[in-house]
Design a protein around this ligand. Structure first.
Ligand code: 13P
Ligand code: SF4
Length: 357
């Protein structure tokens, strides 16, 4: 499509306003929708003018989520979209590790993230030297790295995984004859994956130089990083909510503690949680994950009653605002830059993950 045609086809201000009011009525105050509609209109015009694509994670705030992304989804879906785009610019409305994954898959494109402060407690919980130490400690064990890591950690890995395909990736390695699999960095995702597959789970010694405990039989060798949002949910929260709302269906992200996952009705990636709510009949739902997702699901499924437990928010995802998304396109900031050798090494584990269905 020509640039002029693309700009003509971008929604008008009136269309943007009407669509946001329709989707977000009762979820976002009307005055806020008016302000956000103007920003969305400008972002969408600029996006067309610059041949950019916007990828929006499921945790984005409702007005952004429902107005500017070309694709929304979980980490896996957005990595797949970024691998297939022919846009010149990829603007990632998500956190740094997600934008880095898009850059690794598109080294010659401009990849932007609206904030340079959108980190992740899991990604900052491990570094490349930690991975090299683990490989020395457990020689021959393949390394599966959650996408919630920085590129230098991915570069030391054999496979990547997301919360949407972690059991599938580990199962694939078990079927190839591997017994012990290093799985980094989320302890709870590792424990939940091991439970689902019926295999063991061990943690490496805390102190360098101490020999690791002997591992016999198929097992995941994990790491001690946690998601600062999901680690907060407890079985007591679930018990209290079920007492008050016996018809509630509770949906937990697999970054939650295994006991929380066990006490829930369903667990899956943010996309799988979305799909579960859309396909399930229940009096009401409670999502144990970043709070914005409840709003986004409610906007798409107005007939569903969503409870909220918003005591813990992701401070990193919440860095991404519509104002900064507009500035990102205006000023082409913040550009994701990675050393070429890291890109080349980190690409292989991501490609291997994307090849597993
Ligand atoms: P998803 O891959 O399930 O979207 O999870 C990403 C994330 O950061 C969860 O906290
Ligand atoms: Fe990282 Fe947790 Fe925030 Fe997801 S919710 S980006 S895992 S800190």
């Amino acid at each position: 499509m020509s640039k002029a045609l693309a700009i003509q086809e971008a929604p008008t201000l009136d269309e943007t306003r009407a669509s946001l009011h329709e989707k977000l009525k009762g979820i976002v105050p009307g005055a806020e929708i008016e302000l956000k509609a103007e920003l969305a209109f400008k972002i969408n015009r600029l996006k067309a003018e610059k041949n950019a694509i916007i990828l929006g994670h499921n945790y984005m705030e409702p007005a952004l989520y429902h107005s500017v992304p070309d694709h929304t989804g979980d980490s896996l879906a957005l990595a797949r979209e970024s691998a297939e785009t022919d846009a010149d610019i990829i603007l990632f409305c998500g956190v740094q590790f997600m934008a880095e994954t898009a850059k690794i898959l598109n080294p010659d494109k401009t990849v932007l993230i609206p904030s340079d402060k959108a980190g992740c407690s899991l990604a900052s919980g491990i570094n490349a030297a930690n991975v090299r130490d683990l490989k020395r400690m457990y020689p021959g064990a393949p390394v599966v790295t959650y996408v919630n890591t920085y590129a230098s950690v991915k570069a030391e890995s054999d496979y990547c995984c997301t919360s949407g395909n972690a059991p599938g990736v580990v199962r694939h390695l078990l079927s190839e004859g591997h017994e012990q699999i290093i799985f980094l960095p989320d302890e709870y995702l590792g424990r939940n994956t091991a439970r689902e597959l019926g295999i063991g789970f061990v943690l490496p010694p805390l102190i360098q130089g101490i020999a690791p405990e002997a591992v016999t039989g198929p097992a995941i060798i994990g790491w001690r990083a946690r998601c600062e949002v999901h680690e907060v949910f407890s079985v007591e929260d679930i018990t209290a909510v079920r007492k008050q709302f016996p018809d509630v269906s509770i949906v937990a992200h697999p970054e939650c503690h295994p006991d929380v996952v066990d006490a829930s009705d369903y667990s899956g990636s943010t996309k799988q949680m979305n799909d579960y709510v859309a396909a399930t009949d229940a009096g009401r739902f409670l999502l144990l994950t970043e709070c914005s997702m409840g709003d986004n699901i409610m906007a798409e499924n107005p007939e569903k009653d969503m409870l909220r437990l918003c005591s813990s928010r992701c401070p990193h995802m919440n860095q991404i605002t519509m104002e900064d998304t507009l500035r990102a396109l205006e000023e082409l900031r913040f550009q994701v830059e990675l050393p070429r050798d890291i890109i080349d090494q980190a690409r292989l584990p991501i490609d291997r993950m994307l090849a597993i269905h």
